[in-house]
Design a protein around this ligand. Structure first.
Ligand SMILES: [Zn+2]
Length: 416
C-alpha cells in the first residue's frame, strides 16, 4: 500500500483537476404495444441464443485446448452469423456486439477469480427468463416528444419522470417482471471544487440492524425492514409455484406474481436508500462510515464437525437471519449512494477501519464487552449511558478525527 502511495505523488494533483466526467444512470418505464412486446421478447431470445453460443465456443476452446477466444475473434464472426441466420439482420449490430461484450466480461471475471485462487464458478448459460436486457452502446436510439425510438423496433411510449442530466451514452432495454424499462447511462462534467457545503458538520454513521443507521449526533434512521414485511407473502408465492406443475400456464402465472413481489421490495428499498442518502449528504459536510466488508459478513458459515465427524450446529441458522437482515438493509448500496451524491453537494464521505467501535466506551475509552443482543451501552467505569449504536457512531467519528489530527491520510471513497 505504502509503496503505491510513493509511486503516485500526483494523486492529489489529479484530484484537483476539474471538471471531471461522471456517469449517471436514468431508468424510465416504457409502454410498448403488444406487437412491440413481441418484438422486444424476440430480440431478447435471439440475444440469449447468441450469448449461449458465444459462451459455448469459449468454453469448448478452454476445456479442450486451454485456449481463450477473444472478443475480437467473436466479433469478426458476426457478419458470417448474419449470413447463415438471416433473422440476426433484424437486430441492431451494436446490440449484438454488446452481447459478446457481456460474454467477454463474464469470462474476465471468471479468470480473475481463478488467478485470485477463489472458487470460480464457470459463467452460466442463460435460460430464457434469465436473459432480461439488451443494450444499444452508442446509437440506434433517440428520445423525442415522450417517445423513445429504438432501431429495428420502433417508437415506444416512455414516461420521463425526471430530467436527464448529461449526454446519453448507452441505452439498455430491460424486462422486469412483465414491465419494460429503458436505462440511459449518461456522462456529465462535474466540478467538485465548485461545490460548497452549507455546514461544517462532521458526523459518524453506524449502520446497523436494529435501526438502519445511528448518527453520532444522536439521531436514528429507522429500519424499513422491507423484505421482512413482505416475507410471508413471498414465501406463500414460492409455495404456490412449487405446487403447480412444471411448464404449466398456471405455474408461469405464479412465477410472475413472485417476480412482482420482489420488484416491489426492490423499488421500495431503492426509494428508501435514495431519500435517506440525500438527506444525510445535504445535512452533513463530512460523513464517516466504518469500512465494512459486507461480502465477508454475509458469507455462509462453513459446516462444523466434532471429533466423531458428525455435524454440529455451526450457527448457520442464526447467521441466516443476520445475513438476511444485512442484505435487507443494503448497507453497501447505501454508502455507495452517499458517495455518489456527496461530490456534487460538497460533502465528503470517509471510511475508517472498523475497530471495536461497538465495544469501546465513547466517553472514557474503556472496553465494555457486550454481545449483539445487548442494545444499551452502560459503562461501569465512567457511568456513560448510551444506545449501543449511538456509542458506536461517536467512536467512528472520533476515529476519523484522531486520524485527521495525526495528519494521516484518510481514505476518501470515490464513486464507482
Ligand atoms: Zn466509560
Amino acid at each position: 500500500m505504502s509503496k503505491e502511495k510513493k509511486q503516485t505523488p500526483s494523486k492529489k494533483t489529479r484530484k484537483q483537476k476539474s471538471p471531471r466526467l461522471r456517469n449517471k444512470a436514468f431508468k424510465f418505464r416504457i409502454y410498448p404495444t403488444e406487437k412491440q412486446v413481441g418484438k422486444l421478447e424476440w430480440t431478447l431470445r435471439r440475444c440469449k441464443e447468441l450469448y449461449n453460443a458465444a459462451l459455448q465456443e469459449r468454453r469448448d476452446a478452454y476445456t479442450m485446448c486451454g485456449l481463450s477466444v477473444s472478443y475480437y475473434t467473436q466479433n469478426k464472426q458476426l457478419p458470417e452469423i448474419k449470413e447463415i441466420r438471416e433473422e440476426y439482420r433484424a437486430i441492431h449490430s451494436q446490440v449484438l456486439q454488446d452481447v459478446l461484450t457481456r460474454v467477454d466480461k463474464a469470462m474476465d471475471h471468471f479468470f480473475r477469480r481463478v488467478t485470485n485462487g477463489e472458487k470460480p464458478g464457470y459463467p452460466r448459460f442463460k435460460s430464457g427468463d434469465r436473459y432480461d436486457s439488451f443494450t444499444y452502446t452508442q446509437s440506434g436510439f433517440e428520445i423525442i416528444n415522450g417517445k423513445v425510438n429504438l432501431s429495428k423496433i420502433g417508437w415506444i411510449k416512455i414516461k420521463l419522470h425526471r430530467e436527464i442530466v448529461g449526454s446519453i451514452k448507452t441505452c439498455t432495454i430491460e424486462r422486469e417482471a412483465g414491465q419494460w424499462y429503458v436505462v440511459l447511462s449518461t456522462e456529465y462534467a462535474c466540478d467538485p471544487s465548485m461545490a460548497f457545503h452549507p455546514t461544517t458538520k462532521e458526523t459518524g454513521v453506524d449502520l446497523g440492524i436494529h435501526s438502519f443507521a445511528a448518527l453520532s449526533d444522536g439521531t436514528f434512521i429507522e429500519n424499513p425492514r422491507l423484505y421482512r414485511n413482505e416475507e410471508e407473502k413471498i414465501q406463500a408465492a414460492h409455495r404456490k409455484i412449487a405446487r403447480r406443475k412444471r411448464g404449466s400456464h398456471r405455474r408461469n402465472r405464479a412465477k410472475q406474481e413472485l417476480a412482482r413481489l420482489y420488484r416491489n421490495v426492490r423499488n421500495k428499498r431503492r426509494d428508501f436508500l435514495h431519500k435517506q442518502s440525500r438527506k444525510l449528504v445535504n445535512e452533513h459536510a463530512v460523513l464517516v462510515f466504518e469500512d465494512l466488508h459486507v461480502d465477508n459478513m454475509t458469507r455462509r458459515p462453513q459446516p462444523k464437525r466434532d471429533e466423531n465427524r458428525t455435524y454440529v450446529p455451526n450457527g448457520a441458522a442464526a447467521k441466516g437471519g443476520l445475513n438476511k437482515s444485512i442484505l435487507d438493509a443494503g448497507w453497501s448500496a447505501f454508502v455507495a449512494l452517499c458517495t455518489s451524491k456527496a461530490e456534487e453537494a460538497g460533502c465528503t464521505v470517509v471510511k475508517v477501519a472498523p475497530h471495536d467501535t461497538s465495544q469501546v466506551c465513547s466517553a472514557c475509552g474503556c472496553v465494555v464487552k457486550k454481545d449483539l443482543r445487548v442494545r444499551w451501552h452502560s459503562c461501569p467505569h465512567c457511568g456513560c449511558q448510551l444506545d449501543r449504536d449511538h456509542n458506536a457512531a461517536i467512536n467512528i467519528l472520533a476515529c476519523y478525527q484522531k486520524q485527521k489530527l495525526n495528519g494521516q491520510e484518510v481514505s476518501h471513497s470515490s464513486p464507482t
